[in-house]
Design a binder for this molecule. Structure first.
Ligand code: NAP
Ligand code: ZN
Length: 347
């Protein structure tokens, strides 16, 4: 076993604190790498506080992981020692169901995907995430990262990036479309970058007036403060798509009213409570309410390669491991520009 240093929550009400644990030895198909940076996703906070139910403790969060390969198993073909490597939200799946064969491992209908943390390997061992100094993962779930990009700024692509890339690609959002990005946080700012890169007209719908200048710098064409009815009136029945990245309960009827006829509201944010919707909100205008979860392994690699080619990374604030509690407090207030990334050298 490989002794590993990490930061863990011991229960839903305890703060993260240093915790040592063991990872499995490197198997024939495994890649072991030193974690250099790990992004801080709002999902980390939802899960350490058990807001979605069923959390497994102790929990080492973190699923935006980048680092350098230290050891590879005898049969590993894709990686060698010294390569840059990354891991996102999953570390395994059944590999044989229709979804896995289609590269949609996140929707695995066999055993279900194995999450990078707060999940269990097929043998029942709990998985521990990226707030730690190293990780061992089957090579099929390890991604290549270009050395052309800033490594800490790549980390958030592994969740915030792919979670916004995947629906925009699936619904073929691009030229001629009016896209609204609801919530300008970690996911939201990547949605703006990708929406702009794909040629859509992008509007940010935000609760924070102070984010307007930054939104425009990210490439957004319009910025609407959602608490201002006058501004909202100007975008009634306006959008083809709304990509909803909001982490807390919000008024779905209000946002559905901003869609054109045949428009689609795509949920990626996961508030802990269900949100009521009146049937008329989708009946009038034949609207669709949809959702999307992270992205498969092939499309994650495609997204990383696209980002390397087009020089797209996340806008980040690098933090020490000890700052994590303040980072969570700021994230809850929407005060993130636009992703915290932990420097693992500070663990
Ligand atoms: P984040 O950085 O905290 O951003 C969320 C943003 O939502 C905030 O910055 C804020 O933007 C807005 N917001 C917060 N509270 C709000 C409220 N009460 N009403 C309206 N807007 C509010 O979080 P994140 O890391 O981007 O994650 C966003 C959500 O996506 C989380 O629920 C996370 O768990 C989920 N997620 C889902 C997937 C998936 O596969 N579907 C993957 C990753 C994360 P403004 O200041 O602009 O209003
Ligand atoms: Zn995430």
């Amino acid at each position: 076993m490989i002794s590993t240093k990490g930061y863990a929550a011991q229960s839903a009400v305890s703060d993260l604190a240093p915790w040592n644990f063991e990872r499995r030895d490197v198997g024939p198909h495994d890649v072991q790498f030193d974690i250099l940076y790990c992004g801080v996703c709002h999902s980390d906070l939802h899960q350490i506080r058990d807001e979605w139910g069923g959390s497994i403790f102790p929990m080492v969060p973190g699923h935006e992981i980048v680092g350098k390969v230290k050891k590879v198993g005898a049969h590993v073909k894709k990686f060698k020692v010294g390569d840059l490597a990354a891991v996102g939200c999953m570390v395994d799946s059944c590999r044989v169901c229709e979804e896995c064969k289609d590269g949609l491992e996140q929707y695995c209908s066999g055993t279900g995907m194995v999450g990078t943390y707060n999940s269990r390997e097929k043998d029942g061992t709990p998985t521990y995430g990226g707030y730690s100094n190293q990780i061992v993962v089957h090579e099929d779930f390890v991604l290549h990262v270009s050395d052309k990009l800033s490594l800490p700024a790549v980390a958030p692509l592994l969740c915030a990036g792919i979670t916004t890339w995947s629906p925009l690609r699936h619904w073929k959002v691009g030229k001629g479309h009016k896209l609204a990005v609801l919530g300008l946080g970690g996911l939201g700012h990547m949605a703006v970058k990708f929406g702009v890169a794909f040629g859509a007209e992008v509007t940010v719908l935000s609760t924070s007036p102070s984010k307007e200048a930054a939104a425009r710098q990210l490439g957004a064409h319009k910025f609407i403060v959602t608490s201002d009815p006058a501004q909202l009136k100007g975008v009634k029945r306006y959008f083809d798509f709304i990509l909803d990245t909001v982490s807390a309960s919000h008024d779905m009827g209000l946002y559905l009213s901003l869609l054109k006829t045949d428009g689609t509201h795509i949920c990626v944010g996961v508030p802990s409570e269900p949100m009521p919707i009146h049937a008329f909100n989708v009946i009038m205008g034949r609207k669709s309410l949809a959702g999307s979860g992270i992205g498969g392994i092939p499309e994650t690699q495609e997204m990383l390669d696209y980002c390397a080619e087009h020089n797209i990374v996340s806008d980040i604030e690098i933090i020490d491991m000890k700052y994590i509690h303040q980072a969570y407090d700021r994230m809850l207030k929407g005060d993130v520009r636009y992703r915290f990334v932990i420097d693992m050298a500070t663990l």
